[in-house]
Design a protein around this ligand. Structure first.
Ligand SMILES: [Zn+2]
Ligand SMILES: [Zn+2]
Length: 306
């Protein structure tokens, strides 16, 4: 299974336009850019997972062709507002050669998506309903949605479990998308080969009003689900506080609740500002917390095969 990370940033991209905090400043200085989180999974077919407002740029950067299907995780703009850009695949072929692209989302998520893109249904997009716990119909890959909690404004949110069988080789990928917790964890979440999980912060904030996942909280899921080969972090934001940064008084910055510390000390791990710093911290946490497999920071355009 090939995973292509099209975008790896938060809702307003990371760095955020016009933000002068230490994280955005460092990323700007290095030319690091994370567009809205989206991934393409290729096996016997190509499955686009979320299509945010950066979809056109992501398609161009990665020379994408028409996806076989689109899976939407939830009804927030950074996860579906690029759907209209899929029209380009229809405009440059004869009309009779076109068949609509199947798009999966939960019934609740569709209510939000249809307000904006109802005019695409039938002609461009074929509406398909994702029911948590039930394998999606009509795909070559076994894909099972599972319910996640991402706050009241994303009541339709789900993650997806992908199971493949290539030349007799079973493979499982779990993708959680944006979430704060999972109330009813299906057993199928356990022992994936690969886990792709959100790390909106390194340290869990003292209040999590945006209902997102920090790496600190994600450690519980990593320890419990025991991924076999790798964990990849996505939806990276600039919301951790960096000590001494004047930007710490910005509205979006939330102090940590009880920062993740180096075992046997009360020293918190340093907040990473760029990709290299993230990977350094992750390598230390992997060893210090004896995680079941290595954890990797992603970047836009990263392609991995498992
Ligand atoms: Zn998001
Ligand atoms: Zn969201």
């Amino acid at each position: 299974m090939e995973i292509l990370f099209l975008g790896t940033g938060a809702a307003w991209c990371t760095p955020e336009y016009s933000c002068t905090c230490a994280i955005c400043s460092k990323m700007n200085a290095l030319g690091e850019e994370r567009t809205r989180t989206s991934l393409l999974i290729r096996n016997d077919e190509s499955l686009l997972v979320d299509c945010g407002p950066d979809l056109r740029l992501q398609m161009k950067a990665n020379h994408l062709t028409r996806p076989d299907a689109v899976l939407i995780t939830h009804e927030h703009g950074d996860h579906f507002l690029g759907m209209d850009d899929l029209l380009v695949f229809r405009r440059s072929i004869p009309a009779h050669a076109w068949h609509p692209i199947p798009v999966y989302a939960t019934e609740t998520a569709w209510k939000g998506i249809e307000v904006r893109f109802g005019y695409l249904l039938g002609s461009l997009v074929e509406k398909r309903i994702a029911v948590p716990g039930m394998m999606l119909d009509g795909l070559k890959t076994r894909v099972t949605p599972f319910k996640t909690f991402h706050g009241p404004s994303a009541a339709g949110s789900v993650g997806y479990i992908f199971e493949t069988n290539t030349a007799g080789q079973y493979g499982k990928l779990v993708y959680t998308s944006d979430f704060m917790r999972i109330d009813d964890e299906p057993q199928l979440l356990e022992n994936p080969d690969v886990l792709v999980i959100q790390a909106h912060w390194l340290h869990e904030p003292e209040f999590n009003r945006p209902f997102h996942m920090s790496l600190q909280s994600a450690l519980d899921y990593i320890k419990r689900w025991k991924p076999r080969k790798a964990v990849y972090l996505v939806h990276i934001s600039d919301m951790d506080l960096v000590p001494g940064d004047p930007g710490n008084n910005f509205m979006k910055k939330i102090p940590p609740r009880s920062p993740l510390t180096i075992p046997g000390s009360d020293l918190p791990y340093p907040v990473p500002t760029c990709s290299d710093e993230w990977q350094n911290v992750l390598d230390r946490i992997y060893k210090d917390y004896e995680l079941p497999c290595p954890v990797f920071i992603t970047r836009d355009g990263l392609k991995v095969i498992h």
